[in-house]
Design a protein around this ligand. Structure first.
Ligand code: SF4
Length: 148
């Protein structure tokens, strides 16, 4: 049986980005040769629309670009993603880098100016807290080395 891995749905080509587009990544998609990929989009799970305004984290909360506090939706999406991770026994996840939900290690700084700071997205942090290993899309070789 193939190991199950959670994957940000936008990396698999699903048009769930805030803009209505995707972040299709062929190296991520090719993981399906060795793993069972489980698409997740925490922002969609949280009830946010496609398209939607971009959001960033500031002071531990999440704000859409118009200033609306969307923390509850992000938290709900994170909890639902964790539930799926537990139900499927996925040991790790491939998550879109820099996202306020999926980013791990670096995220945008909350000023909507493109600056990045050290930090984790809401879902990435919750998965990490529950001992699920997080890889960004630039770390696929490392994931294959550890899990194949
Ligand atoms: Fe992609 Fe994650 Fe944003 Fe959904 S929440 S569009 S999966 S980066």
């Amino acid at each position: 049986m193939k190991t199950k891995i959670l994957v940000s749905a936008c990396l698999l080509g699903e048009n769930c980005k805030y803009s209505g587009g995707n972040n299709k990544n062929d190296e991520v998609i090719a993981l399906a040769d060795s793993f069972e990929l489980i698409p997740v989009c925490p922002e969609c799970f949280g009830g946010l629309t496609i398209p939607r305004l971009p959001s960033e984290i500031k002071g531990g909360r999440v704000y859409a670009k118009d200033g609306e506090d969307v923390t509850d939706a992000f938290m709900s999406g994170a909890e639902q993603t964790l539930y799926i991770a537990k139900e499927t026994n996925a040991p790790c996840a491939v998550l879109k880098e820099n996202s306020p939900s999926c980013g791990f290690g670096k995220i945008y700084d909350g000023t909507f100016s493109g600056n990045k700071i050290d930090g984790n997205g809401i879902t990435a942090q919750l998965l990490f807290n529950n001992e699920i290993q997080i890889f960004g899309e630039s770390q696929i070789k490392k994931l294959r080395y550890l899990y194949e």
